[in-house]
Design a protein around this ligand. Structure first.
Ligand SMILES: [Zn+2]
Length: 517
């Protein structure tokens, strides 16, 4: 067969094929359009696995439902937790299977909820080294930290996480790919406030680390985002210095905020997953343009909880409820409805008298009706949150996780004055005192007890949390039995269940119930 006949045969074959088969019009394939959309679901400062305010807000199973829904719409969805989730919590202080729970409940819930990425918050270092190492090992989500590492003896190395004990990286690169084949790389760095200094953690300067991490990611990724747990001023500072970090998903303040800094965004959601941020990032590979659209979404009763996560949450709340019942509490009972938020954030409790501090001090007074003045160390309040709306017994349990009794002491006016003055100067620490019936008149520099000038020669009956009488509180080491200016200590009647001094939490519950009437 010569060339021309081959051609002819070919043409005939083609003709035959076209005539006998249904005509197939070639469809223009979409192909890679060089545009891609990724979604970050951001939460921060979550201590509670179950909803709060009588079930109205928050709840990790609801967050899981949001993640699932976002993931169905876009497989390139990442759930981020920007620090503070292992502590404090009332469940965390309980014992289960022979050891303190200490955030194990939260890791299990976060694993189920499909959290992808986290960084350390200051509260992650409240728990013991061994406890933190266990939580890291149990987590199936990815940790990233540019400025915190593990100190053992004289050496420092990254913390490790997951069953395989993989080193927690300083930076990481996420690879996203959409249906039409557009692929991008997203650089991620993590920064933590160095406020909670512990022996087993080393903090390097977060500003220097941010710049270094950003510079190393710049060459590897299409754009860079950060997960941070810093004071907002520092987030803004980091953002100003590294304008290429386009989105800083932050935490620590507990109230939502959204700041635009040049071309970057600094976002924080509300604590305890009362809200989450949903950031939609659209990237054009050709123009290298990134647009970010953020929505603050309320986590409330309109969201049906995701059942698997809900199951894990129920397991842990069941364990906790059982322990509370054994102690005589009904965690679900609504005891009060507050019209204004009760301020329990450490950034307030340890710096100024707050309405929550006052309320607890008044509850101490009510439990010890013969007392003339009442006080508590603000460090006994660990909720680090505002209590809003319906207050349940559980809210009181999480507010005062250390429990303890109320004691009364007959003390000389000179000692009372000294205690109150030091308590007022203990700014920023747990030894800052919240009081009832004690007022400091700043212009005179004098204390008033129940409206009367404090008399140094008088003996006062003072009601206080038992911890304050141990001598363990900062700068109040002299405040303990044996101090010659303490003339008598009154203990609660352990056999009398109606003696509210036996448990400060019972005293607060009873007092709040009485306010309702
Ligand atoms: Zn924090």
């Amino acid at each position: 067969m010569n060339l021309s006949s081959t051609k002819l045969l070919y043409s005939l074959l083609l003709l035959f094929c076209f005539s006998c088969k249904p005509t197939k019009v070639p469809v223009a394939t979409t192909g890679d359009d060089n545009q891609i959309e990724v979604v970050f679901l951001q939460m921060n400062d979550v201590y509670e696995i179950a909803p709060l305010e009588g079930g109205r807000v928050g709840g990790m199973a609801r967050v899981a439902a949001i993640k699932k829904q976002l993931l169905q719409r876009n497989p390139n969805t990442y759930a981020v937790m920007a620090g503070d989730f292992l502590n404090p919590s009332v469940i965390g202080n309980m014992t289960y299977e022979g050891s303190r729970i200490r955030g194990r409940q939260m890791v299990e819930v976060m694993n189920a909820a499909g959290v992808d990425l986290v960084t350390f918050g200051n509260h992650e270092f409240d728990i013991k080294e061994e406890e933190l190492l266990n939580r890291l090992q149990e987590s199936t989500f990815q940790w990233v930290s540019s400025n915190v590492s593990h100190k053992t003896g004289t050496s420092t190395q990254p913390f490790t996480s997951g069953a395989q004990a993989k080193p927690v990286p300083k930076t990481m690169v996420l690879e996203a790919r959409d249906e039409d084949g557009t692929q991008i790389k997203i650089g991620v760095l993590g920064l933590t406030i160095p406020s909670n200094k512990v022996k087993f953690a080393e903090y390097t300067d977060f500003k220097t680390e941010a710049t270094q991490a950003y510079q190393s990611l710049q060459s590897q990724a299409d754009f860079v985002v950060a997960i941070t747990h810093l004071d907002i001023e520092d987030d803004i500072e980091v953002s100003k210095q590294n304008q290429g970090i386009r989105l800083l998903m932050g935490g620590h303040e507990h109230t939502n905020s959204y700041d635009t800094v040049g071309t970057a965004i600094v976002a924080k959601a509300d604590a305890n997953a009362k809200s989450v941020y949903v950031h939609t990032l659209k990237y054009n590979k050709t123009s290298r343009q990134l647009s970010i659209q953020s929505t603050l979404q309320s986590v409330d009763q309109t969201i049906t909880p995701e059942p698997v996560t809900e199951g894990v949450v129920s397991k842990w709340t069941g364990i906790a409820d059982q322990s509370f019942k054994e102690l005589g509490f009904d965690p679900h009972e609504a005891i009060f409805v507050t019209t204004e938020p009760l301020e329990g954030r450490e950034s307030h409790m340890r710096y100024e008298p707050t309405n929550l501090g006052k309320l607890i001090a008044k509850a101490i007074s009510a439990a010890a009706p013969q007392s003339e003045v009442a006080m508590l160390n603000s460090g006994s309040v660990r909720v680090d949150d505002q209590l809003s709306g319906t207050i349940t017994q559980y809210d009181i349990l999480r507010t005062l996780p250390f429990a303890g009794r109320i004691l009364e002491a007959d003390m000389k006016g000179t000692l009372l004055e000294k205690v109150l003055t030091i308590g007022m100067k203990n700014v920023g620490i747990g030894g800052y005192l919240q009081t009832d019936k004690a007022e400091f008149e700043a212009t005179q520099g004098k204390w008033y007890i129940d409206g009367k000038l404090l008399n140094p020669n008088k003996t006062y009956r003072v009601a206080l949390s038992d911890y304050l009488l141990t001598g363990l509180e900062s700068n109040l080491e002299f405040l303990k039995a044996g101090n010659p200016d303490i003339l008598h200590i009154y203990e609660p009647d352990a056999s009398n269940k109606s003696d509210m001094r036996n448990d400060i939490r019972m005293a607060v519950v009873a007092y709040m119930r009485s306010l309702r009437k």
